[in-house]
Write a protein that binds this ligand. Structure first.
Ligand code: ASP
Length: 330
């Protein structure tokens, strides 16, 4: 991607202000949350707000008319793939879905670089989910068109972290000063890896609650330490629940376990119920990237603190904003 310069758009001094090349993120890859500053977040969230307003007012509009997105998913997905599809279509663009790579040339042994070099002949932006760490960076190295990381193995899920942060801002009105508790599979959960990293841009207090074998990876703990983020690890929710502003619950990532008996030993380690809610602040939120497989009991869903369904909707606006930005229209 870095080598790509659009044809006939060299440094022309007569390009008017507002030309797409001056748009932040135009033609950029979205690979890791580490690429964002606080100013970037303000910008993205500002655009996301505009997207929400437009969706509420007109539903679908033509900002990306004629643009095409490839949704390339080597791992299962419901929300990420369908929200990117919805985002693109609400912006008037279209989508080539490759959700079942087994039916594509991948099953014939095609490499990821060749697959992205193929797709970019037909599309303007590629959204990629892949089981290997670093897959999106590899794809971006070979693609001239922007690549958006929709989850690379256990490493990162940057667009999820952006929508998670947007959810926090929308629901609680601020991020600085909050106590954020991440619960569940902190070892394999890429969403918590990205969110914890993104939160280092703020003045937050992080609490990690997990079974012993699913603790937050030491590299991430030391990254956060270097950035001076107050953090603590726990094996029980009890000591931290009453001071938590954001409880971010995750699923135990069964597909990452080599030993299924280890998975069985931790799968039900934490379950949020109405009893848990009795111990929380009145104004706090419970989030989950979904899918849930029993970590939050359904009886919690109707409580106003349960933000996980609203969180999905915020994701649409954030992904619309990102697509408009990388395609130079925001
Ligand atoms: N949907 C999220 C992800 O792709 C969370 C999960 O699968 O547990 O990482």
């Amino acid at each position: 991607m870095s080598t790509y310069s659009p044809p006939n758009q060299s440094d022309n001094p007569y390009i008017p202000f507002g030309d797409q090349r001056s748009a932040p993120f135009y033609n950029k890859d979205i690979l890791s949350v580490l690429q964002f500053t606080r100013a970037d977040l303000d910008y993205i969230f500002g655009v996301a707000h505009e997207m929400r307003e437009m969706v509420t007012r007109v539903g679908t509009f033509d900002l990306l008319k004629g643009k095409i997105l490839a949704n390339l998913f080597y791992e299962p997905s419901t929300r990420t793939s369908s929200s990117f599809t919805s985002a693109m279509e609400r912006l008037g663009g279209s989508v080539i879905p490759i959700n079942e790579v087994h039916y594509s040339s991948v099953s014939k042994g095609e490499s990821l670089p060749d697959t992205v070099r193929t797709l970019e002949c037909y599309v303007d932006v590629i959204v990629l989910r892949h089981p290997e760490v670093g897959a999106s960076a590899l794809a971006a190295k070979y693609a001239r068109k922007p690549v958006i990381n929709a989850g690379d193995g256990v490493e990162e899920h940057p667009t999820q972290a952006l929508l998670d942060l947007f959810t926090i801002v929308e629901e609680l009105g601020k991020v600085d000063g909050l106590s954020v508790t991440m619960l569940g599979d902190l070892k394999y959960g890429r969403t918590v890896h990205s969110l914890a990293r993104l939160l280092t841009l703020f003045d937050v207090n992080l609490k990690f609650v997990s079974p012993e074998i699913l603790r937050m990876p030491p590299e991430i703990i030391s990254e956060l330490d270097q950035k001076g983020i107050p953090q603590s690890e726990h094996f029980s929710l009890e000591p931290v629940i009453s001071e938590t502003d954001v409880l971010y619950v995750t699923r135990v990532q069964k597909e990452r376990f080599e030993d299924l008996s280890a998975y069985e030993s931790v799968r039900d380690a934490f379950v949020i119920t109405l009893q848990t809610l009795n111990k929380t602040k009145e104004r706090m939120i419970i989030m989950h990237p979904l899918p849930r497989v029993g970590e939050i009991s359904m009886e919690v869903d109707d409580d106003p603190r349960a933000a996980y369904f609203r969180q999905m909707e915020y994701g649409l606006y954030v992904r619309m904003a990102l697509l408009a930005m990388v395609l130079g229209k925001a």
